[in-house]
Design a protein around this ligand. Structure first.
Ligand SMILES: Nc1ncnc2c1ncn2[C@@H]1O[C@H](COP(=O)(O)OP(=O)(O)O)[C@@H](O)[C@H]1O
Ligand SMILES: Cc1ncc(COP(=O)(O)O)c(C=O)c1O
Length: 277
C-alpha cells in the first residue's frame, strides 16, 4: 500500500501544539505520510512567562531537507513559519521545482500570544514568491490585512474586499479565518475561489486552549488535497477537523493549551454550515 505524501516547510514548535508538530499529527490523522523541512526551532522559556525564542536554521540545511523530501515525490506542500525573505524565496523555489498544484500557504506572521511580527520584509516576499503559487492561502484577519496592504478586516464585508485583493495577487483560492477575533456569534471563515464567497460557520468554543489551531487547519487542508478532495471540500472538512480540535483543547501548563489534533477521529465531526454571501 502506498500513502499520499505531504510535505510541510515550517518551524518546529518545541511545545508540540503548533508548527511541524501540529502538521505531522494532522497528516497522520488524515492517513497521509508526513515529511518536514524545518526553517526555525521555537523554544519557550519557562523562567520568563513562556516567552518565545526563534532559532533559524542555516539556509543550506533548509535546502538539503527540501531536496530530500522532493526527491521522493510529494503530493501536496504546505508552508508555515518562514523566518526571513531568503527562506520565503527558498520555499517558493521548492514549490516551483515540485511542479505541484496542491500548495497551501499559511502566512504565519506572529505566534499566538506574541505580538511581534517575525520580520517586516516578509510580507512583501510572501506576496512576491508565494501567493502566485498558492492553490489556497489561509490568513487570519491580521495576516489578510497585511497581505492585501489594507487595515485588518473587522466585518464580513471587509473580509470580502480583502479576499478579492489577495486573489488578485495570484492565490487561486483564499480562506480568511475570522476565528475568535471576528465579532460574530459563530467561528466564521470566508472562502473565496475567485467567483463565489462562501461563509463557513461553526460553534465558537469559549476556550483559550487554541494553540496550533491555524497550523492544524492548514495542514488538514493540505492532507485533504493530497487525498483528492476538491479545494472547497478540503476546506470544509478541515474546518470540521479544527473545530473538534479546538473544542477539545487542553491545558499543557500555566501558559499554553494546545488543540487536540486527533479529536475529530475520536469524538466525531461537528456541524459546519456553509452559506453563499
Ligand atoms: N474559539 C474558537 N472556536 C471555534 N473555532 C475557532 C475558534 N478560534 C478559531 N477558530 C477556528 O480555527 C481555525 C484557525 O483559526 P485561528 O486560530 O484564528 O488561526 P491562527 O492560529 O492562524 O490565528 C479557523 O477555522 C477559525 O475559525
Ligand atoms: C513554529 C510555529 N509555527 C506556527 C505557529 C503559529 O501557531 P498557531 O497555529 O497557533 O497560529 C507557532 C506558534 O507558536 C510556532 O511556534
Amino acid at each position: 500500500m502506498t500513502l499520499k505524501k505531504t510535505l510541510t516547510i515550517a518551524g518546529s514548535d518545541t511545545s508540540g501544539g503548533a508548527g511541524i508538530q501540529a502538521d505531522l499529527k494532522t497528516f497522520q490523522e488524515h492517513g497521509t505520510y508526513g515529511m518536514t523541512a524545518l526553517t526555525v526551532i521555537v523554544t519557550m522559556n519557562p523562567d520568563n512567562h513562556w516567552s518565545h525564542n526563534v532559532y533559524s536554521l542555516p539556509i543550506d540545511v533548509l535546502k538539503a531537507q527540501i531536496k530530500t523530501a522532493l526527491s521522493t515525490g510529494v503530493d501536496a506542500i504546505k508552508t508555515g513559519m518562514l523566518s526571513t525573505e531568503e527562506v520565503i524565496q527558498t520555499a517558493g523555489e521548492a514549490i516551483t521545482e515540485s511542479g505541484l498544484d496542491h500548495v497551501v500557504i499559511d502566512p504565519v506572521m506572529v505566534c499566538k500570544g506574541e505580538d511581534e511580527v517575525l520580520n517586516p520584509g516578509n510580507v512583501d516576499a510572501m506576496v512576491k514568491y508565494l501567493l502566485p503559487k498558492a492553490e489556497i492561502v489561509t490568513p487570519n484577519l491580521f495576516e489578510a490585512g497585511q497581505l492585501a496592504g489594507t487595515k485588518t478586516p473587522k466585518t464580513i464585508d471587509d473580509m470580502k474586499v480583502v479576499a478579492e485583493k489577495i486573489h488578485s495577487l495570484g492565490a487561486r483560492n483564499v480562506v480568511i479565518k475570522g476565528g475568535k477575533q471576528l465579532e460574530h456569534a459563530k467561528a466564521a471563515d470566508l472562502f473565496y475561489d475567485g467567483k463565489t464567497f462562501t461563509l463557513l460557520e461553526a460553534e465558537k468554543s469559549e476556550t483559550h486552549y487554541n494553540h496550533g489551531a491555524g497550523c492544524t487547519f492548514a495542514a488538514a487542508i493540505t492532507a485533504n488535497l493530497a487525498n483528492g478532495l476538491a479545494v472547497k471540500e478540503a476546506v470544509i472538512e478541515a474546518k470540521k477537523f479544527v473545530t473538534a480540535a479546538i473544542a477539545n483543547g487542553w491545558k499543557l501548563n500555566d501558559y499554553v493549551g494546545p488543540v487536540m489534533h486527533g479529536a475529530k477521529n475520536r469524538f466525531g465531526a461537528p456541524e459546519i454550515t456553509t452559506t453563499v454571501v
